[in-house]
Ligand binder design. Structure first.
Ligand code: ADP
Ligand code: MG
Length: 644
């Protein structure tokens, strides 16, 4: 943090530059965030409420912190003549150092990357800013100058701090005497934002956005000279009310307050558990994934309260990692008030709440999928890949997770992931015993995968997968409703009762006829493949590679390699389509050099078709061109014409 002393003032006044990300954020907010300007009030009241929460928590251990002014509350004052709005709390307050650190930087990890990834178009960027959460800096959406006065709870009056900025890249701080504990934030409104100095407008915004925070918000009573204040919000934590007393709109507003989101949640679940253990939870499924959903250090978790007292944000112990997109509150009656993050990890009570909440979320998703499929499709698009992690992480809930999965499928006209496993079961053919799927780099490549040609030709449905974690996830799945999952590119197709007598006879005949050819190809390819055999997978393609049931797939191998792990080389087997003209042509080649070259091409194109990277692409191209030239020159030295 760069600071410069201005010696003449004699009051230790300092100027500091904002962190680069803050400058970026301020610029965006000032120039493009027009659509939700009123959110500044929600953000500042939310900070005031957090400050009260924190002090109440500290006061459990040291009640003297509250002594002089025990009722925690928030005040909003407007001065239409001066064009100012002031939000005051008697919460925890800040020291000078804290004001510099907290109001000059953004602590959230991944912030720099987030700003770098924002689109250059201001309009689009401002929409994304919503999911980032603008916090304190939202004051500058409506104000061209912001003043903060603060004193830390428990500190001496002469250690107050005054912070001020015009958002022009820097801010100043100076030490002040401040008698009252807590913080007041004064906004000097911009010309075009004067409407926010109107008491009537402020009241309605507070009722709309801050009705259900846990502290009273007071404003001056109506009437010119009134010095009396009255409470303008309900000041009852929303989750403590019975469900029947809460409207959908109130639930939505509370989500927006909690998640600092502009948009509505997709669904929520509000429950009170009573009996042996007692807790209340209010859980939300957001409508949009946050930018740091996949960042390891990203904060996640629920707001934890114990008997209405705020304990901590981001208590991640109450939900498994694969439900990290859930936002909400849990309020326990059984945990000790002095519970810390470390203690939470050992508390058996937490484990019990966690499994209860996990069930709640899975039930909520099941209900959404059943009653509001369109919203569920949105959910799946945003969070499906995260939910899938649950298949590997949470075997105990597999039965609840499987029906929530959605897939792209050969039975659907496009690549939208909308097939459920129940849909698949409903479309299975008589005698079909397996749920077929195939994984590729893209859904289009999966749909065209050589290994599923015969399945498609038989009218059998194949689920299509192309996400990074799919190989890992699908590897964990065994059965759904008694039907085994089957990777169509591994082992045998296991057609079971679907293969007719005629199929088997054809296979035997082909095998007899092609024994010599298969051996020649294997001899030619050597150790690159474990075996060369006749295929019952192929129709249009001449060859494909098949992995053993438990071999590491190519994608997973590359992922592990990228993470610096050594992996054993999995050697596939090569399946050939002996009725394909190219294979027939190969069979008739007498010249050993030409045979090797074409056998190698067959192998390489099978690699390419499944999205693998060739060991030596230029050589492949040379070989391919030699073959093309030879074919275009017509039959030579006894090779058959490629006439079939
Ligand atoms: P967040 O609330 O998500 O932490 P903000 O940008 O809203 O982010 O606020 C930044 C920080 O500034 C807070 O974490 C807090 O430390 C401090 N802060 C803001 N407002 C207050 C306040 N009224 N009282 C005490 N500290 C505050
Ligand atoms: Mg905040």
């Amino acid at each position: 943090m760069q600071g410069t002393e201005t010696p003449d003032a004699g009051t230790t006044r300092q100027t500091h530059g904002f962190q680069a990300e803050v400058r970026e954020l301020l610029k965006l907010m000032i120039h493009s965030l027009y659509s939700h300007r009123e959110i500044f009030l929600r953000e500042l009241i939310s900070n005031a409420s957090d400050a009260c929460d924190r002090l109440r928590f500290l006061a459990i251990a040291d009640s003297s912190l509250l002594a002089a002014d025990p009722e925690l509350s928030i005040r909003v004052d407007a001065d239409p003549t001066a064009g100012t709005v002031t939000i005051t709390d008697n919460g925890i307050g800040m020291t000078r150092e804290e004001a510099i650190a907290n109001l000059g930087t953004i602590a959230r990890s991944g912030t720099a990357e987030f700003f770098r990834s924002l689109p250059k178009d201001d309009q689009q960027a401002s929409q994304l800013i919503g999911q980032f959460g603008v916090g304190f800096y939202s004051a500058f959406i409506v104000a061209d100058r912001v003043e903060v006065h603060s004193r830390k709870a428990g500190a001496a009056p002469e250690t107050g701090v005054r912070w001020e900025s015009r958002a022009e890249g820097d801010f100043t701080v100076e030490t002040l005497t401040r008698a009252e504990r807590g913080t007041s934030v004064t906004l000097h409104l911009k010309e075009d934002a004067r409407e926010f100095a109107d008491a009537f407008r402020l009241r309605s915004l507070i009722r709309r956005y801050s009705d259900h925070i846990g502290f009273p918000v007071r404003m001056r009573k109506e009437g010119e000279a009134s010095l009396e204040y009255e409470v303008v919000n309900q000041a009852k934590a929303l989750w403590t009310l019975p469900r029947t007393q809460i409207t959908d709109e109130e639930y939505r507003q509370f989500y927006q307050y909690l998640a600092h989101d502009f948009t509505d949640p997709l669904a929520w679940s509000h429950n009170k558990v009573e009996g042996k253990r007692e807790y209340t939870s209010l859980l939300y499924i957001p409508g949009k994934a946050p930018f740091d959903l996949y960042q390891r250090e990203a904060v996640r978790g629920l707001k934890l309260y114990v008997r209405r007292v705020f304990i901590m944000d981001d208590a991640e112990q109450f939900l498994p990692l694969y439900l990290r997109f859930v936002k909400g509150v849990v309020d326990s009656s059984d945990l000790p008030l002095n519970v810390s993050r470390e203690l939470l990890q050992q508390e058996p009570e937490v484990e019990a709440i966690r499994s209860g909440l996990t069930r709640r979320v899975l039930d909520l998703l099941a209900r959404l999928a059943k009653d509001e499929p369109e919203k569920y499709a949105t959910f799946w698009k945003e969070f499906g890949a995260v939910l899938k992690e649950g298949i590997a992480q949470d075997q105990a809930n597999e039965a609840a997770l499987l029906p929530l999965l959605r897939f792209a499928s050969t039975a659907l006209p496009d690549n939208s992931p909308s097939a459920s496993l129940a849909d698949y079961l409903g479309r299975m053919q008589p005698g079909q015993e397996r749920i077929y799927y195939v994984i590729a780099e893209t859904l289009d490549a999966a749909r065209a995968h050589p290994a599923i040609e015969a399945l498609k030709a038989r009218g059998l449905e194949v689920l299509l997968l192309a996400e990074r974690i799919d190989e890992w996830v699908m590897g964990q799945l065994e059965t759904y409703e008694g039907k085994r999952f089957k990777d169509a590119a591994r082992g045998d197709l296991e057609l079971g009762g679907l293969a007719s007598e005629a199929d088997k006879m054809r296979h035997d005949a082909e095998l007899k006829e092609s024994k010599g050819l298969l051996k020649r190809i294997k001899d030619s390819l050597g150790e690159r493949v474990t075996e060369v055999r006749i295929s019952d997978r192929l129709r249009e393609s001449p060859a494909c590679l098949v992995l053993g049931e438990h071999d590491l797939g190519d994608r997973l191998r590359r992922m592990l390699a990228a993470a610096g792990q050594k992996t054993p080389d999995a050697r596939p087997l090569l399946e050939v389509n002996v009725s394909h003209p190219l294979v027939r042509y190969l069979d008739a080649i007498a010249d050993a050099g030409q045979f090797n070259e074409l056998a190698q091409l067959l192998y390489e194109q099978a690699q390419l078709a499944e999205g693998a990277v060739l060991a030596n692409p230029p050589e492949f191209v040379l070989r391919l061109n030699r073959l093309l030239v030879r074919l275009s020159a017509g039959p030579q030295d006894g090779s058959p014409a490629a006439s079939s």
